[in-house]
Design a protein around this ligand. Structure first.
Ligand code: MG
Length: 160
């Protein structure tokens, strides 16, 4: 009997002019970036929460408090690597991860495969276990007004 666990993650960051935009471990040329305590990688944060959720290990704020100077400006791939280690320490293996990035601009399609590879590397899994999708919100809501980015993610863990 395989013990399957599914988890969901969701994160939002505000956008501001002149900041770096880092999504899925990849720096993307743009006029705006995410306002954050870390590097603002909202995609990795959602994936971390999906993994933690599947293992019922709390959330990213519990493990990496934004009041801690240790995590100021941190590369979120470091957080993802630590989260993958936490779920492995509980005996789980990562089946797959899927996320959807909602952002009006820029077009993210050219960066999707690099994001998949970067997140797979951080989690220590094959790239074909990681999916990244991107959509606009047809100019509706905060994503559509380019005030922020939201990402939802799901992760499947298993114990064989
Ligand atoms: Mg976040």
């Amino acid at each position: 009997m395989t013990d399957f666990r599914i988890g969901h993650g969701y994160d939002v960051h505000a956008l501001a002019d002149g900041l770096r935009l880092v999504l899925g471990g990849v720096e993307i040329p743009h006029t705006k970036g995410c306002v954050a305590h870390s590097d603002g990688d909202v995609a990795i944060h959602a994936v971390c929460d999906a993994l933690l959720g599947a293992a019922a290990l709390g959330d990213i704020g519990l493990h990496f408090p934004d009041t801690s100077t240790e995590f100021a400006g941190i590369d979120s791939r470091v957080l993802l690597r630590r989260v993958a280690a936490l779920v492995r320490a509980e005996g789980y293996r990562i089946g797959n991860v899927d996320c959807t990035i909602r952002m009006q601009r820029p077009k993210l399609r050219p960066y999707v495969d690099a994001m998949r590879a970067a997140m797979a590397e951080a989690m220590g899994v094959e790239t074909d276990r990681v999916s990244v999708k991107a959509t606009t919100t047809e100019r509706l809501g905060f994503e559509g007004r380019e005030e922020g980015v939201s990402v939802s993610a799901v992760a499947l863990l298993y114990k064989a």
